[in-house]
Ligand binder design. Structure first.
Ligand code: GTP
Ligand code: MG
Length: 216
């Protein structure tokens, strides 16, 4: 455990891992893309969402956990996901892919429209059980991430940091990165005290993420 009590997610029990595997190998489907708050599906089941800067790997991770290569559209160009995309997992829960915040290759008025929708969604969805905030392990936490943390603190929605593209950084740099992130998170009451390390390329952290989601 480090000084700030934030730690890398522990190994989960085998039965929880198995429950996660089962849930995500059952029926998963794209439900709808939403462009305005009044288009959200009825809030009648638990929901988790993937937030993060443009290009951090949100859609790739959703493909990773569902085991479906192109369920969510991914791209090299920041700003690929332009709607709030709802995926239904076994009719039991929603997994939600969000447009990225921060830099995106799209006209400013359009980006501003996504940003206000994103903020409205993150602060006003009663069934939202956890926000996974994805951070690119090569870049760490930026000002735009801090703004989202502040918003989630205010709306009292628990968020968990998921480091992405862990295949791209050296093992010895991970410890330094975690220390730095822990320091930032210690200021945020809504932060969940475990950080998950993932790679959609190598598959690291995928079964753990499934297992975590199964608990909702
Ligand atoms: P927006 O929808 O634009 O906000 O992006 P996003 O966060 O959904 O990112 P997306 O999943 O589209 O991935 C962006 C780029 O990162 C793509 O070129 C992916 O192939 C790449 N990528 C995603 N995950 C990983 C990973 O774990 N490792 C590596 N090396 N590349 C990744
Ligand atoms: Mg995307």
């Amino acid at each position: 455990m480090n000084t700030f009590n934030f730690q890398i997610s522990k190994e989960l029990p085998a039965d929880q891992i198995e429950a996660g595997r089962k849930l995500f190998t059952s029926e998963t489907s794209f439900l709808k893309g939403v462009v305005a708050m009044n288009g959200l599906p009825t809030a009648n089941r638990p929901e988790v969402c993937f937030a993060g800067r443009s290009n951090v790997g949100k859609s790739s991770l959703i493909n990773g956990i569902t085991g479906r290569k192109s369920l969510a559209r991914t791209s090299n160009t920041p700003g690929r996901t332009q709607e709030i995309n709802f995926f239904s997992i076994s009719d039991k829960l929603y997994v939600v892919d969000l447009p990225g915040y921060g830099y995106a290759e799209a006209p400013l008025p359009i980006v501003e429209k996504w940003q206000s929708l994103l903020r409205a969604y993150l602060s006003g969805r009663p069934t939202l059980r956890r926000v996974f905030v994805l951070i690119d392990s090569r870049h760490g936490i930026k000002k735009v991430d801090q703004d989202i943390f502040d918003l989630l603190d205010k709306s009292a929605v628990t968020f968990q940091i998921v480091l992405t593209k862990i295949d791209k950084i050296k093992v010895e740099d991970i410890k330094i990165l975690i220390e730095r992130i822990s320091q930032d998170l210690s200021k945020h009451p809504a932060a969940f005290p475990e950080i998950l390390l993932t790679s959609s390329n190598s598959g690291e952290g995928i079964k753990e993420l499934r297992a975590i989601i199964t608990n909702f």
